[in-house]
Design a protein around this ligand. Structure first.
Ligand code: 3SK
Length: 502
């Protein structure tokens, strides 16, 4: 990339120069379409507002809060055009979490969907200038920018000026801010997206992750725009609603989590997915059973991937004929990955160890001592246990802290989950170790059954027999609890630690 680079200019102006300003860019389920030209003009007005009315200067951090819709995107671009740093936050976050984020990011300005402002007014958030958008009234950003010029000279930032502060969800302890440069935003499109997703200008992207989760930022915004494609911005959707949006808008590339793919198949919605040519699964491990079930009902080969907020997006993945069901994939061109032992030394193929990765993006925490724990000699330690096979495929075992030690056996909770999930009555499941006097820990499954399946001892015993017949019998869950919902983070990841202590 050139030394001076603003990723907002690259994402909007390059497409407009190549395909014209009228090209459809942002779509909404309600049927609205924003062209690339309209998005650029609106983002330019927002940039003027930030600079001319609020006095924003390059490097200032601006908090963004709202569900995925065109105004959130216009604000995101407006901030970057002004040379400021976007601090997207998950709409689900509450005042306490926003307070931490605001303090760590030192953000004094917030652009916030008018439906979500209440949480930005609590203790510790005094002094934040909050400008609502998307609502009625003359003090709303949409009205305030209406008369501002639709041209703006984007600040010519350095390629390695910070563009984005992405917060890890902070399931345990204080959230961490990861810093990403302007060049990183383009790099995720030019590595994972170009080499694995392989988007085309006529694609229509859609997905459920919020743009504040970098999985959603890539799949819902950066990848489609870098390819000159369109993206359907969905504020919130159940898997069944997502399937209906796919059908209604002839979506061709879908981004969501394994649970949603599993639910779409279980709900019998495969017929609504016939326009899909690519479907990307990340955020959590994709089990082989889900991969095969989705393929059998749709003909689409799910693209699994592991990414992280620290690395900005996916660094191990595979598509098409390169896929080995059950494996996460191979290292994405541009990245390096290896399996290391506790001392940081590479282990032989086939030996489980800690996944370490480096590449053009990540891993830079903002003023956080935990940098020393998560980065060893330039390698980001992801916190996952994997093996690599001699063909270079990476096979997931567990998060490092999801290994269960029971009667001296090491058992990977996700492997047991995968076996439980192949039982026909099971919709979702989490497997953790719970304290036990005799065994130290026992394998315990928390199971959400499909609608209409009766919970009880009989189905628990069936699930246990099913697991014993599927994987080594000593791994079966000795305890099975039925639940209505599993605890998840705002990004949809299972919070197993909450089950361990329940
Ligand atoms: O955290 C994740 O799981 C993730 C996956 C893909 C891309 C980005 C992220 C943060």
């Amino acid at each position: 990339y050139p030394e001076r680079l603003n990723c907002a200019t690259a994402l909007l102006d390059d497409v407009i120069a190549g395909h014209g300003a009228d090209r459809p860019c942002l779509l909404t389920p309600a049927g609205e379409t924003w062209s690339y030209g309209r998005l650029r003009a609106t983002a330019n007005r927002v940039a003027h507002f930030l600079v001319d009315r609020l006095g924003v200067v390059p490097g200032n951090r601006v908090l963004l809060r709202g569900p995925n819709n065109p105004w959130l995107v216009a604000c995101w671009f407006g901030v970057l055009k002004a040379g400021a740093v976007a601090v997207p936050t998950m709409p689900m976050l509450r005042a306490r979490e926003l307070r931490d984020i605001r303090e760590i990011a030192a953000a004094d300005i917030a652009l916030c969907d008018h439906r979500f402002v209440a949480e930005l007014t609590g203790d510790g958030l005094e002094g934040v200038t909050t400008v609502p958008y998307g609502g009625p009234g003359t003090d709303d950003l949409c009205a305030l920018v209406a008369d501002l010029p639709d041209r703006f000279e984007d600040v010519l930032t350095a390629a390695d000026d910070v563009a984005l502060l992405a917060f890890t969800s902070g399931t345990t302890g204080r959230p961490k801010a990861t810093m990403h440069f302007h060049r990183d935003v383009l790099a995720i499109a030019d590595t994972f997206s170009v080499h694995v997703v392989k988007p085309r200008p006529d694609d229509v992207f859609a997905g459920t992750p919020p743009l504040a989760f970098t999985f959603g930022l890539g799949g819902g915004l950066v990848f489609p725009l870098r390819a000159g494609a369109s993206t359907l911005l969905i504020e919130k959707a159940t898997p069944a609603e997502l399937a209906r949006h796919v059908a209604a808008h002839r979506v061709t590339v879908c981004f969501t989590a394994p649970t949603a793919y599993r639910a779409m198949i279980a709900d019998g919605d495969a017929g609504l997915l016939s326009t899909l040519r690519r479907a990307v699964s990340a955020g959590e491990h994709l089990g082989e059973a889900t991969w095969r079930a989705f393929h059998a009902s749709t003909g689409v080969r799910l693209i699994d991937g592991i990414g992280s907020t620290e690395m900005l997006h996916v660094f191990i993945s595979a598509a098409d004929d390169d896929i080995r069901p059950g494996a996460t994939g191979r290292v994405v061109p541009g990245y390096q990955a290896r399996i290391v032992d506790e001392a940081g030394e590479p282990v032989p193929d086939g030996t489980p160890g800690r996944l370490a990765v480096k590449g053009p993006t990540g891993c830079r925490y903002l003023a956080d001592d935990r940098q020393k724990i998560y980065v060893e000699n330039g390698w980001n330690i992801t916190g996952d246990t994997f093996t690599r096979d001699p063909d270079g495929y990476f096979w997931y075992h567990a998060r490092n802290d999801d290994m269960i030690v029971s009667s001296g056996y090491n058992i990977a909770g996700p492997e047991v989950e995968e076996a439980v999930l192949t039982h026909p009555d099971v919709l979702e499941c989490a497997v953790v170790g719970t304290p036990d006097d005799a065994r130290g820990s026992v394998v315990t499954a928390f199971v959400r059954l499909r609608d209409g399946a009766p919970a009880g001892d009989a189905v628990a015993a069936q699930i246990q027999r099913h697991v014993k017949a599927t994987i080594a019998p000593y791994k079966y869950p000795r305890l099975v609890h039925f639940v209505d919902a599993l605890p998840r983070t705002a990004t949809g990841k299972l919070q197993r630690f909450r089950l361990r202590s329940s």
